[in-house]
Ligand binder design. Structure first.
Ligand SMILES: Cc1cc2nc3c(=O)[nH]c(=O)nc-3n(C[C@H](O)[C@H](O)[C@H](O)COP(=O)(O)OP(=O)(O)OC[C@H]3O[C@@H](n4cnc5c(N)ncnc54)[C@H](O)[C@@H]3O)c2cc1C
Length: 350
């Protein structure tokens, strides 16, 4: 099967979808090839038993993210502050009671999106012709021909394009896609050493039918140096009629089964929040290490390593190949803001 397009975008995460949306606004029709069975990439909102929007991926943003804020406005979405009123906990030692603190009201607020971060993805994809989005289409090779590029997928499909924009984490882009001609050893080395933000992290969500912690004067916020939960926040919805928590588990939790993770988590929270915490409506967690976020042979010494590197922002194959994932951005690389900045940069360049 063959198809001819002016622009092919690889990856249907925030960067790829923003790019397609911005190109559509200037009448450039782009096709998105997404390897997995869903759009959103590192943005993934699921629904609990009560239909509470629960974030397994990106959740928060703030006033320091102007490009994200203006996209949210343009799409008519609603932001609301992360709930933080009441007593918060900081647990430093397993054998000592948790310290209590209050988040100062004047602190720069973290926002969430009403309906979940997925509404950003859904709103962008609603504005892109659905025929231009192909799911379950994993790209394995990009070949330069005379005046175009040939894109090959793992299922044997082929696409011809004038330009191809790879919107997947650079480290994955170099390890899971082959380029002909090769991009050179410096590119291979640099891209392989770009840290993919949040790769390997474990996010959990809990759903409850009431916010009993708020009634007890607690914010739901916890920072812990001990136990399986390292961070936790109230995760109730915008309308304040669906309730829950979200947070991160410590790295060691990846060695446990999901059942054991839930058991250890509830045990840890019981001490702080009492009996009602033991009966959630739903528990989910996600270890972000699948084939669509992690590649092989990472040599990473520090967070955000090589993010925004000049080689990530260059064009290749005589101006026919660009890269645009959040890690390519010089501004807030790794974050949603970076994904949008990267897309805007590529639109300016092509
Ligand atoms: C647990 C977690 C929490 C986070 N929290 C926050 C937060 O609170 N605030 C914030 O600003 N950011 C947060 N982030 C980061 C944020 O999610 C990312 O910055 C942003 O979503 C990245 O978008 P992207 O389009 O650049 O990449 P991605 O979202 O990674 O999109 C890449 C897409 O490419 C697809 N793909 C991969 N390989 C191929 C292939 N070979 N062929 C075709 N398609 C392919 C993937 O399936 C994916 O859909 C978080 C991330 C995680 C994982």
């Amino acid at each position: 099967m063959q198809s001819n397009q002016r622009v092919v975008i690889i990856g249907g995460g925030l960067s790829g979808l923003t790019l397609a949306y911005l190109l559509a606004k200037i009448n450039i029709n782009a096709i998105i090839l997404e390897g997995s069975s869903r759009l959103g990439g590192r943005i993934q909102t699921i629904k609990g038993l009560n239909k509470t929007p629960l974030e397994l991926g990106a959740t928060w943003f703030s006033d320091i993210h102007p490009n994200l804020l203006s996209l949210i406005d343009e799409l008519g979405l609603i932001k609301y502050p992360q709930f933080s009123k009441g007593i918060s906990f900081f647990k430093t030692k397993s054998f000592e009671p948790a310290q209590q603190f209050f988040v100062p009201e004047a602190e720069l607020p973290s926002y969430r999106l009403a309906g979940g971060t997925q509404t950003l993805i859904d709103s962008l994809s609603d504005r892109i012709n659905s025929e231009n989005i192909q799911l379950n289409t994993k790209v394995k090779a990009i070949k330069e021909l005379d005046h175009e590029v040939l894109i090959e997928t793992t299922s044997g499909k082929e696409f011809h394009a004038e330009k191809v924009i790879v919107c997947i984490p650079p480290q994955l882009a170099i390890n899971s896609i082959q380029y002909f001609p090769e991009l050179g050893s410096e590119v291979n080395h640099t891209f392989s050493n770009v840290q993919t933000w949040m790769s390997g992290s474990i996010k959990f969500v809990l759903e409850y039918d009431e916010a009993f912690w708020r009634k007890n004067g607690h914010s739901g916020m916890l920072y812990s140096h001990t136990g399986i939960v390292s961070e936790m926040y109230d995760h109730s919805n915008f309308e304040e009629n669906k309730f829950g928590f979200t947070g991160f588990l410590s790295g060691a939790a990846s060695n446990y089964s999901q059942e054991l993770r839930k058991e250890l988590l509830l045990q840890q929270l019981h001490e702080l929040f009492g009996d009602k915490i033991m009966k959630p409506l739903a528990y989910f967690d996600k270890l972000w290490t699948d084939e669509f976020i992690s590649g092989a042979n990472q040599i990473i010494q520090r967070p955000h390593q090589n993010n925004g590197h000049k080689l990530l922002q260059d064009s290749y194959l005589n101006g026919k190949l660009y890269f645009s994932a959040t890690e390519t951005s010089s501004i807030y690389p790794g974050y949603m803001e970076g994904a949008i900045c990267a897309a805007k940069r590529v639109v300016r360049e092509i």
